[in-house]
Ligand binder design. Structure first.
Ligand code: AMP
Length: 412
């Protein structure tokens, strides 16, 4: 084996053709579903000003505190490889005056994201998300539609063992009182909490619900939950989201302890988990972020969105490699025919057929072996005298074919 001392950096990976094909199918399926629902594609840069994420994602979050790839560019500006897609899309929404368009603006995206996490199965430092955002409406209809589209995507892809967890964080005013109550509960049990949670009682008490520490979990069992403390408006909004999902036949479980690792969420939050995955069981999730655009300096603009992890989807699917077939392989019985072979290959491809030609100077026997390897259904063999044979690769049957009739024959 030709080995090199160079390897993909820790927590990153190469996407080789078998995996790339599955990814392409996932992204294609997603784009079809989103476009049918009137969502439009967008793409933002792989890096942004660091402050966008500090303000958007929140300084108290793990993402901003520990996980960002941040560096200074040559002009001394602080730049960060994007750890998530929502803050950049909101930045673009404001930068391009999309608040002047008919609302909500419905967008979708796919691409690489970067977090300096401890690598493990399903958790990488460069990973890929696809996601969507509906910006400019606070209607529960948008929440339900966003959730339905992720449910549809996972169903269409055949992701097994999917479960939807649903919660609400309420709106910021209502949440403030609840957070005081929660902090008081945590402070009363400080000694039983993990160090990490204890240090963040003031900064981010909600994350205590996410802890895997045994002592902390015990304390959280009796903690007040936000779903029990929603104000009337938030409770009505949440009830409407639930009833819309009921009416559309989407199964879910209300999880009053659901939290997410980003500060911008308000009201509805949700998480799709997959029983086939281990510790990193979430395939996708999101929620409402009614305050984010204002936080970034824009007008009050309610919005909802989610992101799904492409690698998690692939793990859940079991990464079954998908073979590709070729309609034909163009082979030569004599080296003098190579020029014609390449020209014929071009014509057949132009006619819409999937065709390969020998690029390695193989013998005829070697070419037919290769045709087999790439799963070509037929081989077109150019003989030394200029005639052509059409060979069925399955049966080995072979018969002469007129040059002008090859494309038609192959299309049969
Ligand atoms: P988040 O942006 O944290 O809400 O995550 C949305 C989705 O992205 C998760 O449900 C995962 O499927 C995926 N994801 C998040 N972080 C990672 C990571 N480090 N590696 C792989 N997938 C991730």
């Amino acid at each position: 084996m030709a080995a090199s001392k160079y390897q993909a950096p820790r927590g990153t990976f190469d996407i080789l053709p078998d995996a790339a094909r599955i990814r392409a199918r996932i992204e294609r399926t997603a784009a079809e579903i989103f476009v049918r629902a009137g969502y439009e594609p967008v793409s933002t840069p792989a890096f942004e000003d660091t402050e966008l994420f500090e303000r958007g994602v929140g300084r108290s979050t793990d993402i901003v505190r520990k996980e960002m790839f941040t560096f200074e560019d040559k002009g001394g500006r602080s730049i960060t490889l994007r750890p998530e897609g929502t803050a950049p899309i909101c930045r673009a929404y404001l930068e391009h005056g999309m608040h002047k368009l008919a609302q909500p603006v419905k967008l979708f995206y796919a691409g690489p994201f970067f977090r300096h996490e401890r690598p493990q199965a399903g958790r990488y430092r460069q990973f890929h998300q696809l996601g969507l955002e509906a910006i400019g409406t606070d209607s529960p209809l948008a929440d339900a539609e966003a959730i339905m589209l992720l449910a549809e995507l996972l169903a269409e892809l055949g992701v097994p063992g999917v479960q939807l967890r649903l919660g609400s964080l309420g709106s910021p005013d209502a949440r403030r009182d609840y957070l005081e109550e929660l902090k008081a509960h945590l402070r009363a049990h400080e000694a039983e909490l993990s160090k990490d949670v204890r240090e963040r009682i003031e900064l981010n008490p909600l994350r205590a619900f996410d802890s895997s520490d045994e002592g902390t979990r015990g304390v959280m069992e009796n903690a007040p939950t936000i779903v029990e403390r929603l104000n009337e408006e938030d409770a009505a909004h949440f009830a409407e989201v639930c009833s819309l999902l009921d009416a559309s036949g989407i199964d879910y479980e209300i999880d009053p302890t659901l939290v997410r690792g980003l500060d911008y969420y308000t009201r509805t939050i949700f998480s799709f988990v997959c029983s086939e995955l281990g510790a990193q069981s979430e395939v996708g999730g999101g929620g409402r972020y009614d305050g984010l655009i204002e936080q970034l300096g824009g007008p009050p603009t309610p919005a909802i969105g989610w992101a799904a992890g492409v690698e998690r989807i692939m793990l859940a699917l079991g990464e079954k490699a998908e073979a590709t077939d070729r309609d034909a392989f163009v082979a030569v019985a004599d080296d003098g025919q190579r020029q014609r072979a390449l020209a014929l290959t071009g014509e057949l491809r132009h006619a819409g057929l999937a065709v390969e030609v020998d690029l390695a100077g193989r013998s005829l026997k070697g070419q037919l072996k290769h045709a087999d390897r790439i799963r070509a259904r037929r081989a077109v063999i150019l003989e030394a005298d200029g005639t052509m044979q059409l060979r069925d690769m399955q049966t080995g049957d072979q018969h002469p074919v007129e040059p002008g009739a090859v494309a038609d024959e192959l299309s049969k």
